[in-house]
Ligand binder design. Structure first.
Ligand code: UGA
Length: 453
């Protein structure tokens, strides 16, 4: 919405959220309080806020004035009921549609921006039309379009400013043209693809499924590299040079995280099963299985390196966000690895340039994890500096590829560690040249245990 406001000064963009605290923070003069950390976002908010970019909890006023409403709420995997563990929970999409149906005036274009299962637009239409008596006398009309979002966190502003493509799915040509004209303010027309509603919805799920599959593929090969002596970075470079494969998205790591890949894959698996496509569902499910396995194999490997016990060992996780340049920890592989290490008695110290202590508290103090814990389990602490991270540490585990971890002064910090000292690099970002001669042990994803000079 900030990018639309910035590119279209003549359009008034209002962000409506029912969470009052979030809106207070979006309106805060202290830009550090914005609820989302994203490079370049605070500058855009500061530039356009209260000019043509507004943040509000007032549903009635904002919806009644809107010509176009973008439904951009989350659609997490259902945790109970029909389809639990696979299907997307559409309750927030439904609530939003009901709100729009209630407050809209005149003709309103409703754009489905959230990632949704195929044929959700039908549900939205149904709610908009059937939940409202005023529809009968034509004083309220709606057009529903699908325009899924392809931005990645950490590079969101860049991706929105210069997208590979924009999708608009729908049948109402006039509504499609109106939305397209907004995008055309800064995106070349040939990058705006118009499709039918269902193709648009399915393209979004498919794009994420392909991207996730690519990561599980490279992670699978990373595990094969380690015992064979092949080097995943050399393999990735070699295969990526084939233009049919391409060099992007071939970084082996601790498994993909984030709010999208797993959820969208599970959603697609659910859809396939719904349509009786068992083999297709199994095929995509393997991408999720491999991803879970990659996380577990890394925590197991760390524990086995300490002869099966990390009890009372100080293990420091450098990075907790699911990728760099974001404070988002949803489905972060660091969560699985941290819990496994703690369950094995480790004393975990967690450092991340953007993730806050309260985010960690929400993750670890959640009831389920807590009730399963017993006295022999380890503990965790939040730290905000590298001195504490390294001081007396038995293991340093690089979990997120933050640029500041590339600049670690190993000469200085490695001296603080307890011997034998271990560095586990799950992102493949540390060069052994930096570790040589410092009495360290080193493991790197897709390369395995590397003997240092
Ligand atoms: C992903 C897609 O990339 C976006 O196109 C899509 O719009 C978005 O989901 C969404 O559906 O909202 P995002 O999850 O923000 O974006 O971030 P990615 O850059 O895709 O990274 C996802 C995970 O894969 C991260 O944990 C990342 O570390 C991991 N990854 C990525 C790798 O392990 N290796 C790689 O080579 C690339």
């Amino acid at each position: 919405m900030s990018v639309i406001a910035n590119n279209c000064p003549e359009i008034i963009v209002t962000l409506l959220d029912t969470d009052q605290e979030k809106i207070i923070n979006w309106n805060s003069s202290d830009l550090k309080k914005l609820p989302v950390f994203e490079p370049g976002l605070s500058e855009l908010v500061q530039k356009n806020r209260n000019k043509n970019l507004f943040f509000t909890t007032d549903a009635e006023s904002s919806i009644s004035k809107a010509d176009i409403v973008f439904i951009s709420v989350n659609t997490p995997t259902k945790i109970k009921g029909l389809g639990a563990g696979y299907a997307s929970d559409l309750k927030w999409v439904e609530n939003s549609a009901r709100m729009v149906s209630k407050f809209a005036k005149g003709h309103t274009i409703v754009v489905e921006k959230s990632t949704v299962p195929v044929r959700t637009a039908e549900l939205i239409k149904e709610i908009l039309i059937n939940s409202n008596p005023e529809i009968e006398n034509d004083s309220k009309t709606f057009s529903v379009l699908s325009s899924p979002e392809f931005l990645a966190e950490g590079t969101a502003i860049k991706d929105l400013e210069n997208p590979d493509r924009v999708l608009i799915g729908g049948e109402d040509k006039e509504a499609i043209d109106q939305l397209s004209l907004i995008y055309q303010k800064w995106i070349p027309k040939e990058k705006i693809f118009v499709t039918n509603l269902w193709s648009s919805e399915l393209s979004k799920l498919t794009a994420n499924a392909f991207l996730a599959q690519r990561i599980s593929s490279i992670n699978a090969i990373s595990s094969l590299c380690e015992p064979t002596g092949a080097d995943i970075q050399e393999v990735a470079k070699a295969i990526g040079a084939d233009q049919r494969i391409g060099r992007k998205f071939l970084n082996a790591g601790p498994g993909f995280g984030g709010s999208c890949f797993q959820k969208d894959l599970l959603n697609m698996i659910y859809l396939c099963r719904y349509y009786g496509l068992e083999e297709v569902a199994d095929y995509w499910e393997q991408v999720v299985i491999l991803n879970d396995w990659q996380k577990k194999r890394i925590s197991k490997l760390i524990i086995e390196t300490f002869f099966g016990t990390v009890t009372s060992k100080k293990c420091t996780l450098l990075g907790f966000a699911f990728k760099s340049n974001t404070n988002d920890t949803r489905e972060s592989p660091a969560i699985t690895i941290a819990k496994e290490l703690m369950e094995n008695g480790a004393n975990l110290y967690i450092h991340d340039p953007q993730v806050s202590k309260s985010q960690l508290e929400n993750i670890f103090d959640e009831e389920k994890f807590f009730s399963q814990r017993n006295n022999s389990d380890g503990n965790w602490a939040y730290i905000d500096n590298l001195d504490e991270a390294f001081n007396n540490a038995d293991a340093i585990i690089i979990m997120t590829e933050w640029s500041e971890y590339l600049k670690i002064d190993w000469e200085k910090f490695s001296k603080l560690m307890r011997r034998p000292a271990w560095i586990f690099d799950t992102r493949g970002i540390i060069s052994e040249d930096d570790l040589n001669g410092k009495n360290l042990n080193f493991w790197q994803v897709g390369r395995g245990f590397i003997s240092l000079k």
